[in-house]
Design a protein around this ligand. Structure first.
Ligand code: UD1
Length: 370
C-alpha cells in the first residue's frame, strides 16, 4: 500500500478525455495522490481514441478493458464487471482506490460510478448536474444516476447547481469549479488556429459550415436522416459543408460526397482548428455547443433540447430542433464573429479548482476509506 491515496480515473469514450485531462494533469503537478487511468474500451477505433492521448496531458491508460460496442445493457454491464475487478485489485498490479473520478454522461461514466459505490469507494463526477429533461436520451439516464451515486459533484454552470439542488443533493457535496473541457480548449486554441486545418480541405476561413451528427435520435431514424442530408446538400450550394463523420453515422448515412466534404473522425487539434474558422457549426454534440460558445462561433444544435442552457444564455448556441427545413435557414443566419464574455469559471483554471476539491474531500474521508 503506497503512502499517497490512489485516485482512479475512468474514461471510455472520446468526450471523456478532454474533461479528465486537466484534472489528471493538475493532480499530477501537485503530487499529493497516486493516479491511474482506466479505459473501458467503449470507444476503440484509433480515430476515436488513440490520437487523443498523443495530444492531451493524459498518460496511456494503465488498464484497457476492451468492452467494445453493444446494447446499452451489454456495454454498461461489461464495463461494470471489468471495473469492479480493477477496483478490487483482481488484476494484481493495482490496489483499492480512495476515490474514483468519472466524467460526463457516457455509458462508461455510469459503469465507473456504480462499480465504485458498490465497493464502498467514493465517486467524483466531473460535469455534474446537466439535465436535458429528455428521458429518451441514454445520456440523461447516465448523468442523473451518476450524480446520485457521487460523493463529490463538480459543476460547470449555475443551472447545473440549480438542477442538483432541486433533486435534493446536499450542497456540501457540490463544488462549482467551472468547465474543465474549456481548460483543454484554451491550452490548445492558439496551436489549432495556427494549424489552419481548413486549408487541407480547400476551404476559406469563415466560408464553410462544420457539421457533426451522431445521436441515435437522428442517426437511427433513416427517413429523418435522409431528409437532413438533403438539407445539408442545399446548404452546401451556398457555403461548403465539411462533415467529420462518427462511425455510428458512417455506418448508415448515404452522403453525396460530390456535394459534402466527408472526413473520418478528426484528431482533437484538427477539429478545433476547423471550429475556430467556421462560419457556423451544426451539431448534435454536447461538448461542441460549449466549445463554440467560448470561440464565439455561431452554433446551431440539431436537437429539440440542450442540457447546456448556458451556451444559449451566455453563448452562441441556437437550439434548432430536428426539422431539416430549419437547416436550410443557416446560411442566411450566419453573422459575424461574436465577442462574448465566456460563462463564469470557463476560464482555463477549472482543472486547478477540481484538483483542490478532490484533495480536500480525500482529507475529509474516513481513514478506513484510504
Ligand atoms: C457515445 C456516447 C455519447 C457521446 C459519443 C461521443 C453513450 C450512451 N453514448 O456515443 O453520449 O456523445 O459517444 O462520440 O455512452 N463505433 C465504432 N468504433 C468505436 C466506437 C463505436 O465503430 O470505437 C460504432 C459502433 O457501430 C457502435 C456505435 O458506433 O455500435 C455506437 O457506439 P457507442 O459507444 O455505443 O455510442 P456512441 O454513438 O459513440
Amino acid at each position: 500500500m503506497p503512502a499517497r491515496p490512489l485516485v482512479v480515473h475512468v474514461v471510455g469514450a472520446r468526450p471523456n478525455y478532454m474533461k479528465v485531462a486537466p484534472v489528471y494533469a493538475e493532480l499530477e503537478r501537485r503530487g499529493d495522490v497516486e493516479q491511474r487511468l482506466v479505459h473501458t474500451g467503449q470507444h476503440y477505433d484509433a480515430l476515436l481514441n488513440d490520437v487523443f492521448f498523443a495530444e492531451l496531458p493524459l498518460p496511456r491508460p494503465h488498464v484497457e478493458l476492451e468492452v467494445g460496442s453493444g446494447s446499452h445493457a451489454y456495454q454498461t454491464g461489461q464495463a461494470l464487471i471489468g471495473l469492479e475487478a480493477v477496483f478490487e485489485d483482481a488484476l494484481g498490479d493495482f490496489y483499492r482506490p480512495a476515490l474514483v473520478v468519472v466524467a460526463g454522461d457516457v455509458n462508461s461514466t455510469l459503469a465507473g460510478a456504480l462499480a465504485a459505490v458498490k465497493l464502498g469507494v467514493p465517486v467524483c463526477h466531473i460535469e455534474s448536474g446537466l439535465r436535458s429533461f429528455d428521458w429518451s436520451m441514454p445520456e440523461e439516464h447516465n448523468r442523473r444516476l451518476t450524480d446520485h451515486l457521487s460523493t463529490l459533484l463538480l459543476t460547470h454552470s449555475e443551472s447545473a447547481n440549480e438542477n442538483l439542488a432541486r433533486e435534493g443533493i446536499a450542497q456540501e457535496r457540490v463544488r462549482f469549479v467551472g468547465n474543465t473541457m474549456i481548460d483543454t480548449l484554451l491550452a490548445s486554441v492558439d496551436a489549432a488556429r495556427e494549424a489552419a486545418a481548413w486549408r487541407d480541405y480547400g476551404l476559406e476561413p469563415q466560408q464553410y459550415v462544420l457539421v457533426t451528427l451522431h445521436r441515435p435520435a437522428l442517426v437511427d431514424r433513416p427517413e429523418l436522416l435522409t431528409r437532413t442530408l438533403l438539407a445539408l446538400q442545399d446548404v452546401a450550394r451556398e457555403l461548403p459543408v465539411v462533415f467529420p463523420m462518427h462511425p455510428r453515422t458512417r455506418n448508415v448515412a448515404l452522403v453525396d460526397e460530390e456535394k459534402i466534404i466527408v472526413t473520418p473522425p478528426l484528431p482533437y487539434r484538427t477539429f478545433l482548428s476547423l471550429q475556430t474558422a467556421a462560419a457556423a457549426v451544426l451539431t448534435d454534440s454536447g461538448g461542441i455547443q460549449e466549445e463554440t460558445t467560448v470561440l464565439g462561433v455561431p452554433c446551431f444544435t440539431l436537437r429539440d433540447n440542450t442540457e447546456r442552457p448556458v451556451t444559449v444564455t451566455h453563448g452562441t448556441n441556437v437550439v434548432l430542433g430536428l426539422d431539416p427545413d430549419a437547416i436550410r435557414t443557416i446560411p442566411a443566419r450566419v453573422s459575424q464573429r461574436m465577442e462574448l464574455d465566456p460563462p463564469p469559471l470557463w476560464d482555463g483554471h477549472a482543472g486547478e479548482r477540481a484538483a483542490e476539491a478532490i484533495e480536500r474531500i480525500l482529507l475529509d474521508l474516513p481513514a478506513a476509506a484510504l
